[in-house]
Design a protein around this ligand. Sequence first.
Ligand SMILES: C[S@@+](CC[C@H](N)C(=O)[O-])C[C@H]1O[C@@H](n2cnc3c(N)ncnc32)[C@H](O)[C@@H]1O
Length: 247
Amino acid sequence: MGIAIQNMFDGIARRYDFLNHFLSAGRDRAWRRKAAGLLRSGRSPRILDLCGGTGDFWKTWDDLRVERAAGEGYGGQGMSGKSSVGIIADFSLGMLQQARKKFPGRPEAETGPALVRMDALRPCFKAGSFDAVLCAYGMRNLDSVSSGIDEIGRLLRPGGMFITLEFFRPTTAFTRFFYNGLAPLSIPFLGWFFSSRKQAYAYLVESIRGFKSVGEYRDCFKDRGFRDVAVVPCDFGISHIVTAVKG
Ligand SMILES: C[S@@+](CC[C@H](N)C(=O)[O-])C[C@H]1O[C@@H](n2cnc3c(N)ncnc32)[C@H](O)[C@@H]1O
C-alpha cells in the first residue's frame, strides 16, 4: 500500500498545489493558516512537518511566525529563518522536489527547512526531537494511523504539540452530502481533466469516506495519553483541525 501511495503522489506532484487550491476554491490556504495559528511556539522551535509534501503547511506556519514577530517588534528577521529548525519530511521525492522550489535562497544548512525523505511510520529522528509536529492531509494515507500516532508521540518532547489538519469520514448531513454526493461526482473528473490522474483523485474521495470520523480520531489520542485534545471544524466540517499535547 505505502509504495502505491508514494508512486501516486510522485505522479501528481507537479499539479498538486494547483489542484489543491482549485478543488477547495482556495479554502485550503485559510484552513492551513487557521491550523498553523494554533501553534504558539518559543523563539527557537523545532518543528517537523510530517507528510509535508510540497511544503505548504510549513510555509504557512513560518510566514505566520514572521508576521507575529514583526507585530511583536522583533522585526521578523530573527524569528524567521535561523532561529527555527524546520523539517519537511515526506516519502515522495516528487513532492519534496516541488517543496524545494518554494524555498529558493534558503540553504538548508542555514535557515531550513530541511527536506527529508522519510516514511512517517519509520522516522529517522531520536525520541523527543521536536517541540511540535504538524501533519496536513497526511494521516489518512498511513497504513496504520495508530502506529503513526505512536511514532509522533515518540518524536515529541513532553508538552510538545501535534497539529493535524485532515478530512474525516463524514458524519453530518452536510458533510455526507458533500463527500458522498458532490465530491465523488466532481473531484475525480476535475483531477483527470487537470492532471490526467483520475485514479489519484478517486482515491482522495475514497480515502476520506473510508477514514475515521473526527470523533474516533480524537479518541485515539486520549487512549494514548495525549492531553488537551481539541477539535476545530473548518467550513462546517469539510475539514478539521485536531490538536493534542504530549502528556
Ligand atoms: C495530501 S498530501 C499533503 C501534503 C501537505 N502536507 C499539504 O498540506 O498539502 C499527503 C502527503 O503525505 C505523504 N505521505 C503519505 N504517506 C506517507 C508516509 N507513510 N510517509 C511519509 N509521507 C507520506 C505523501 O507523499 C503526500 O506528499
